[in-house]
Design a binder for this molecule. Structure first.
Ligand code: KIV
Ligand code: ZN
Length: 513
């Protein structure tokens, strides 16, 4: 589809009118500048007849608006409101009066107390008046007309369409179809949009304006675009009356993911969302799509595994977009609960800067899970504590008592195996060699495959630990056992690693004699 969506922002009008403390001129101007940066094509700046403060704000925004931006002002279908709107926006390069009246049978009868013909006449006259007066002061002026409660016009749609044809003849160039209260199916609404689109001349821009009462406003807006609506009326952060208006970020990303050329700076979304939340004193819900603090969190073991395997890819197994598309710098979050698994432990420990192998992660998983069962999501600190306990202090039948250097190439090793005490002197080129030799003499020969030695980062490991040894043993079944030891002294780190390794070995494979 080549038709580009036209993003019409209603944060400063529908969003603002729903705030507990509507924005003043300075606040509106601040958000307005963000909207310009974001790249929206039109801003509904306010409802000038609502209050002097709103009049002044709309007037100011119209003065500072860039030339390519449509500035719209809302007005009921009455001359007083339309005159106020025109007065506020007349000096910008693309002014638009947005006038509206309800046409649902229910609203005409119970709220307006007017019969349909009377409503039709009011609408047509309002559009004619708006066009005539606006063109007197600005030749680029245009008129948008909205049928409030369009979503409730299923039974009288033929009447609505006939009226819209006359409204277009009267001079409206944008016809907005609001789902003022979302009550039923998305498909019902979208089918109605499609019928209006088919019935009106193709140079008329069809707009949709969906409220989110049932949580489907994004779906209704996105599908309406594919049914012919070009102007998409949305609010930043989904602000707006009651459950809000269509969330602009969700629509933009859904269209982008569907291959539509979206004329917005998507990379601004996350920052913008945080700013709007702050300015509107409306916290972003934890689970809000795309921008919620939890929107990138994984807690189930299966999801964590998929997320980790695809984290560096453009498409992720368990996320709709790469977070950087919307300027989110935080990565997918891995939290450990009783539902999580080894991948989470591996990621959390690695991310915290500690060395861990998948073998070690698998080994400590039951202990971490048991802790999580009691408290829910485990703080990283607790997982690290378990890691230290389990990885650097492996409990088992072997217990190191001491390891001393007696002379050049001569060492003494004291240890217990179960209750049996050993006090062995052994020669060796270094501590590892001598310790293995002492164990062999005691009847516990080990096959050392590899060993590495590291200097530890004291910021992570604490000032007491300076050396870490990693030893790789092969057990009698040919499996490699990896164990670690840490200490201020390198030789003690070596011996601790060996004893942790001994305790990790299958005890049945260890022989004393
Ligand atoms: O929700 C609505 O119907 C409106 C109109 C004024 C467009 O906000
Ligand atoms: Zn609305």
């Amino acid at each position: 589809m080549t038709r580009q969506p036209f993003f019409y922002d209603i944060t400063l009008r529908d969003g603002n009118q729903s705030l507990k403390k509507p924005w003043n001129l300075k606040e509106k101007e601040f958000i307005f500048n963000k909207l310009v940066n974001f790249g929206v094509q039109a801003v509904e700046a306010g409802f000038p007849a609502a209050s002097e403060m709103d009049f002044e704000a709309v007037q100011r925004l119209a003065q500072i608006a860039p030339d390519n931006l449509v500035i719209s002002a809302l007005a009921r279908a009455v001359e007083h409101d339309i005159t106020k709107a025109i007065e506020a926006i007349q000096h910008c390069s693309k002014p638009r009066v947005h006038t509206f009246i309800a046409m649902s049978p229910f609203n005409m009868k119970y709220v307006l107390n007017k019969d349909p013909q009377e409503v039709k006449k009011t609408a047509i006259e309002a559009v004619k008046f708006a066009r005539k007066e606006l063109l007197k002061v600005n030749k680029n002026g245009e008129v948008q007309f909205s049928i409030e409660h369009f979503g409730d016009c299923m039974e009288n749609l033929p009447f609505v369409i006939d009226t819209l044809k006359e409204i277009v003849q009267a001079g409206a160039t944008v016809i907005n179809l609001p789902n003022t209260v979302e009550r039923t199916r998305v498909k019902t609404f979208v089918d109605m949009v499609a019928q209006v689109y088919e019935a009106l001349p193709k140079d008329i821009m069809i707009a949709v304006h969906c409220h989110n009462d049932l949580g489907m406003a994004t779906a209704a807006t996105v599908e309406s675009y594919f049914a012919g609506a070009t102007q998409l009326e949305c609010c930043l952060n989904g602000l707006g009356e009651r459950a809000g208006n269509t969330n602009m970020y969700e629509v933009a990303v859904a269209l982008h993911n569907s291959g539509v050329d979206v004329p917005l700076n998507l990379g601004e979304i996350y920052e913008l969302a945080l700013t709007v939340a702050d300015m509107s004193k409306t916290e972003i819900p934890e689970k809000a799509p795309l921008i919620g603090p939890e929107a990138l969190a994984h807690r189930s073991g299966i999801h964590q595994d998929g997320a980790v395997k695809t984290k560096d890819m453009e498409k992720g197994a368990y996320r709709p977009i790469h977070p950087t598309l919307i300027g989110r710098k935080d990565d997918e979050k891995i939290g450990f609960t009783s539902q999580s698994g080894k991948t989470a432990i591996f990621e959390i420990i690695s991310d915290a800067g500690y060395p861990i192998t998948m073998q070690e992660a698998i080994r400590i998983t039951p202990v971490v899970k048991e802790a999580a069962e009691k408290v829910g999501e485990l703080p990283t600190r607790n997982i690290i504590d378990i890691y230290f306990n389990e990885v650097f202090n492996v409990k088992g039948d072997f217990r190191l008592v001491s390891f001393e250097k007696l002379a050049e190439k001569l060492f003494n090793l004291k240890f217990f195996h179960k209750t049996e005490f050993f006090d062995m002197n052994a020669q060796g080129n270094g501590p590892v060699d001598a310790c293995l030799s002492a164990l062999k003499q005691a009847g516990y020969p080990q096959k050392l495959v590899d060993y590495e030695q590291y200097a530890l980062d004291s910021e992570i490991f604490g000032s007491g630990a300076t050396a870490m040894t990693v030893i790789h043993f092969e057990d009698l079944e040919g499996r490699t056992i990896i164990a670690r030891g840490k200490d201020e002294s390198t030789s003690k780190a070596n011996v601790k690693a060996i004893f942790n390794g001994l305790n990790l070995m299958n005890h049945n494979n260890l022989t004393n004699k």
